[in-house]
Design a binder for this molecule. Structure first.
Ligand SMILES: [Zn+2]
Length: 249
């Protein structure tokens, strides 16, 4: 976060940079959400497609396909959600521990903390006198928030909520997984594989395009990699399923 936004609050600066700051943060958060949603959906599409296409290689049974696909959908979405919960909770615990330590240091050695903040601002390319003044103003306004942002790189007002990430990955994985599941279960049996392969590749093209757009990367290689990954997954599981089906396991 550029320091100019922080200093704008203290002086007579009339540029629109200050009101712009929360807007930019909100946009960044929304992009993270979208990216997590696209990745979750992508995982759901690929893993469930691999699963049901593999089973379709071995059997024509619609109930076997439905059972395998539903089990894969639930296992995948629950495991994604649990993994997300653990990882975001751990991240939040360590952020809270760092904030608690910072709060203690601010109470015990305020002068050393002011010097530290000054030094960190100087390291960002601000002259010593100005850095001292900025540090004093930030400390007067909200010392803990200033140290959290400049020293720890976190916003104490916006610690990640593990339940948001958990729910988001559960829902996005489930929505992604529904596509190959329905595509393999609903059509008459001779149309199952072509419809599944075409709709999965189309969905992976869309996910690849979406994640490239959100990440600001060129779209074409992302689309190609994503579609190829899914196609390989389906080809491998189909070959294994067909082998198992033919050998009568
Ligand atoms: Zn500090």
């Amino acid at each position: 976060m550029p320091m100019s936004d922080e200093t704008a609050g203290g002086g007579a600066d009339t540029t629109p940079s200050h009101p712009e700051e929360p807007h930019r943060e909100a946009l960044g958060t929304r992009l993270n959400w979208l990216r997590a949603g696209v990745l979750g959906a992508n995982d759901g599409v690929v893993s469930t497609a691999g699963l049901v296409v593999g089973v379709a290689g071995a059997t024509d049974s619609r109930s076997a396909l439905l059972t395998a696909g539903l089990a894969g959908l639930l296992a995948g979405s629950l495991s994604m959600a649990a993994g997300e919960y653990v990882s975001v909770s751990t991240q939040r615990d360590s952020e809270q521990a760092a904030l608690a330590l910072e709060r203690e240091e601010l109470a015990a050695t305020p002068q050393a903390e002011l010097d530290e903040l000054t030094r960190l601002l100087q390291n960002q390319g601000i002259s010593e006198d100005l850095a001292r003044e900025v540090a004093e103003q930030l400390t007067a306004r909200d010392a803990l928030a200033a140290h959290a942002r400049v020293e720890l790189g976190i916003d104490p007002e916006e610690l990640a909520n593990p339940w948001h990430a958990t729910l988001a990955s559960f829902i996005s994985f489930t929505l992604g997984a529904l596509l190959p599941l329905l595509a393999i279960v609903l059509p008459p049996h001779e149309w199952r594989l072509p419809i599944t392969v075409v709709s999965v590749v189309a969905a992976l093209v869309a996910c690849g395009w979406g994640s490239a757009r959100l990440g600001g990367a060129p779209a074409r290689p992302a689309i190609a990699r994503n579609a190829a990954g899914g196609a390989i997954a389906m080809a491998v599981t189909y070959a294994v399923g067909a082998l198992l089906g033919a050998s009568g396991v």
